[in-house]
Write a protein that binds this ligand. Structure first.
Ligand code: OAD
Length: 240
């Protein structure tokens, strides 16, 4: 592996927020906060029972608003401030812990919990308050068409033009806390590798696309990622 990289891309998943008290998706009981992922994260689930889906995200929003970034999020801030290369983040997380930690260049490919999108006019609104089947769009003033701005199964990812450019350009691809089972994000490592990047993952357990990573660091990201960042910065300073 190199030691000084020009462009680092970090892909994050639910595992990076676990130490901040937010649930991951695929814990052993297969439920996400006591709901089947298909019921609360699919277009069919939303069409079938929009009130339940709104309630689910309204509750999650309260949890996310209270959560604090952990040592792994803060280590990314340090990397961005002290490493002599560009560091970008593509996150599958709908929480805002990267922003709370002061991370820059964050691309929310699965949307954000603090946003809703109008299915009538496409306007995105930001709110930490409740959104429900009676919410009126602030832009087109139609009621009952707001959907949580979360990318459900069956929808296109957000910010993909930018992320694809970053995947082609990066010389180090880091994955933190994602099981690698949900595509297209699970395929990012393959693209980065194809374009020549070194690849490394931080995870608790073996992931679905484990074989595509050059290196695996097992353990809690809040414990394993900060020393990795320190080492990367130290090596870069030595070479400068
Ligand atoms: P998962 O719940 O599938 O995977 C979480 C991963 O994080 C697992 O591989 C765990 O081993 C690892 N992990 C857990 N705690 C960790 C810790 N403290 N440190 C390091 N790793 C840890 O979550 P995602 O891969 O993010 O989509 O799930 C992908 C997508 O599936 C989500 O974005 C969501 C869901 O459907 C949408 O909501 C659109």
């Amino acid at each position: 592996m190199n030691s000084t990289y020009k462009n680092i891309l970090i892909l994050t998943g639910a595992g990076i927020s676990a130490e901040s008290g937010l649930s991951t998706f695929r814990s052993s009981n297969g439920l996400w906060n006591n709901h089947r992922v298909e019921d609360v994260a699919s277009i069919e689930g939303f069409e079938c029972n929009p009130a339940l889906v709104h309630d689910f995200y309204n509750e999650l929003k309260i949890e996310v608003a209270k959560a604090k970034p952990n040592a792994a999020h803060l280590a990314i801030t340090k990397l961005q401030q002290e490493y002599p290369g560009q560091v970008s983040i593509a996150t599958q997380n709908v929480d805002t812990l990267h922003e709370k930690a002061g991370n820059q260049n964050v691309y929310h490919i699965h949307g954000q919990i603090n946003q809703a999108v109008c299915l009538n006019c496409g306007q995105v609104m930001e709110t930490w308050g409740d959104v429900d089947t009676e919410t009126t769009c602030p832009h087109c003033h139609i009621m009952g068409m707001m959907k949580p701005n979360i990318v459900f199964f069956g929808e296109n990812l957000l910010c993909m033009d930018k992320v694809e450019e970053l995947l082609r350009r990066c010389d180090l691809f880091i994955s933190i806390g994602t099981s690698g089972v949900v595509y297209p994000a699970a395929g990012f490592v393959q693209t980065a590798k194809y374009y020549g990047a070194d690849t490394i993952e931080f995870t608790l357990e073996t992931t679905a696309n484990n074989f595509l990573f050059d290196k695996h660091i097992y353990g809690k990201a809040g414990e394993t990622f900060p020393p990795f960042v320190d080492e990367l910065i130290k090596k870069a300073k030595k070479e400068a």
